[in-house]
Design a protein around this ligand. Structure first.
Ligand SMILES: Cc1cc2nc3c(=O)[nH]c(=O)nc-3n(C[C@H](O)[C@H](O)[C@H](O)COP(=O)(O)OP(=O)(O)OC[C@H]3O[C@@H](n4cnc5c(N)ncnc54)[C@H](O)[C@@H]3O)c2cc1C
Length: 421
């Protein structure tokens, strides 16, 4: 049984873990030279409802990647505006630890492996072909290629290539497996008829900030620096991550310590930044042109059902941003787990799993798909950590940090250790 995963971000890594642990020979193809995709410059976990969702996944036996990020946190249980009990993983350590863990599971990882064409028989995908001409066949496939870029999209819908961690000029831009199969994809919308959304944070080189700011960051994990009114650049409406589109994120520079100083704004002109006390020598680590723009996302989402199967295909599953307007590592890990699980179910001719909507994960997968069927739903982004999905979670009484309550809910749904082996 061969399961082939295209895209080594959090969704692809999570799908690979589930497939390999279910006994499949699992191959992961990644176009760059590192795992984690946009997660290479992320780091925020367990804020607000993500805490509940992560613990639920752990109770279901699918918690390996959450436990791994917990081990490599620089800070735990921190608060910043609108967000409680967050952890910040170390972006310098987690990618290597994930790669090592995947290799221990026997997952075959191919870097510099960019899928550019497919062989299919109608709705049955037979093989993918890489840019170098090599061919990989499998019984079931996963599209976890994300939605960021490629460069023409950042140029057309954003402020140009901002030279982000995805490094399209070196490795070639994102290519959608779903798109290659001829399935029409969806894109997010913004007020005013614009499409796509801009990534909502940058990384500043810590060493370029004042010693006082660095000390606060290292000690507390968070530093909040009020902006003089004349320097406020309000980019909240552009943001992919609506959970941080709160006035406090425009009026202040909010920094989080993920190894670099994560600046919670899509971009900010260096000229302005240099006028803020403590930022006189500030310089960007990601994107390199963070003074001008950021990567554009949510431009190619696959239609799917609640088992994570791509509509119109038999043996193609999707997860993470590819699976809808779902923002975040936690969201990618959870959908990746279900997609990886179901790819194996398909390949072994067993029934596909739909998570019950009495669980946070099952409810979110269903809710986001339904919302995306409405025009106004395409203007939203969905994350357990804020905005519309978190509100929905709270309305359903799902948000809690009580471990016993979470485990009980999973037990009542008959889902304890469902993914476990
Ligand atoms: C700057 C930034 C900061 C963020 N910060 C946070 C945060 O702190 N916390 C949080 O929870 N979320 C954060 N997010 C959001 C989060 O990173 C994503 O929503 C989530 O990780 C998406 O994972 P994914 O696997 O679906 O996609 P991606 O991370 O986009 O991964 C897709 C992968 O597929 C590869 N790929 C694409 N096409 C091909 C192809 N044809 N062949 C082979 N490989 C291919 C890409 O190279 C990439 O590695 C951030 C996002 C950005 C951009």
């Amino acid at each position: 049984m061969e399961i082939l995963i295209v895209g080594g971000g959090w969704a692809g890594c999570s799908a690979a873990v589930r497939a390999a642990k279910s006994g499949a020979h699992t191959i992961l193809l990644e176009r760059t030279d590192m795992l984690l995709g946009t997660g290479l410059v992320g780091g925020i976990m367990r804020n607000n409802g993500r805490w509940t969702a992560a613990e639920e996944c752990i109770a279901m036996g699918g918690g390996e990647l959450f436990q791994l990020t917990d081990r490599f946190c620089r800070h735990k249980n921190i608060s910043f505006p609108g967000h409680e009990h967050a952890s910040l993983y170390d972006i310098g350590k987690v990618p290597g630890a994930v790669e090592q863990y995947l290799r221990q599971l026997g997952i075959e990882i191919h870097f510099l492996a960019r899928v550019t064409s497919v062989e299919q028989d109608g709705s049955y995908l037979q093989a993918v072909r890489l840019a170098d001409g090599s061919i990989f066949k499998a019984d079931a496939f996963l599209d976890t290629t994300g939605t960021a870029g490629p460069m023409p999209n950042c140029g057309k819908y954003g402020n140009g290539c901002a030279m982000c961690i995805l490094r399209c000029p070196s490795f070639g831009g994102r290519v959608s497996l779903t798109g290659l199969c001829g399935i029409p994809e969806m894109h997010s919308e913004r007020a005013g008829g614009f499409i796509g959304a801009m990534s909502g944070s940058c990384k500043l080189m810590k060493e370029s900030l004042s010693p006082e700011i660095v000390e606060t960051l290292n000690r507390d994990g968070v530093a909040i620096i009020p902006l003089p009114p004349e320097l406020i650049e309000n980019h909240l409406a552009l943001k992919a991550c609506q959970q941080y589109a709160l006035p406090a994120f425009a009026k202040n520079l909010i920094l989080l310590d993920t190894g670099h100083a994560k600046l919670m704004t899509p971009f900010c002109s260096l000229e302005h930044l240099h006028q803020v006390p403590g930022f006189g020598h500030a310089r960007y680590e990601d994107p390199y042109a963070g003074g001008k723009g950021n990567s554009m996302r949510f431009l190619a989402m696959a239609p799917r059902d609640d088992t994570m199967r791509v509509k119109g295909m038999d043996n193609l599953f999707c997860a993470g941003e590819k699976a809808g307007l779902l923002v975040g590592h936690t969201e990618a890990i959870i959908t990746g787990a279900l997609a990886g699980w179901n790819a194996v179910q398909y390949a072994t001719k067993k029934p596909l799993l739909t998570l019950p909507d009495s669980l946070v994960a099952g409810d979110a997968i269903h809710f986001v798909r339904e919302q995306m069927a409405k025009p106004e739903g395409m203007q939203q982004k969905y994350t357990f950590s804020g905005s519309i999905l978190f509100e929905h979670m709270k309305k359903r009484g799902f948000y809690t940090t009580d471990l016993t309550a979470i485990r009980n809910r999973v037990a009542v749904a008959g889902m304890i250790n469902i993914y476990g082996h």
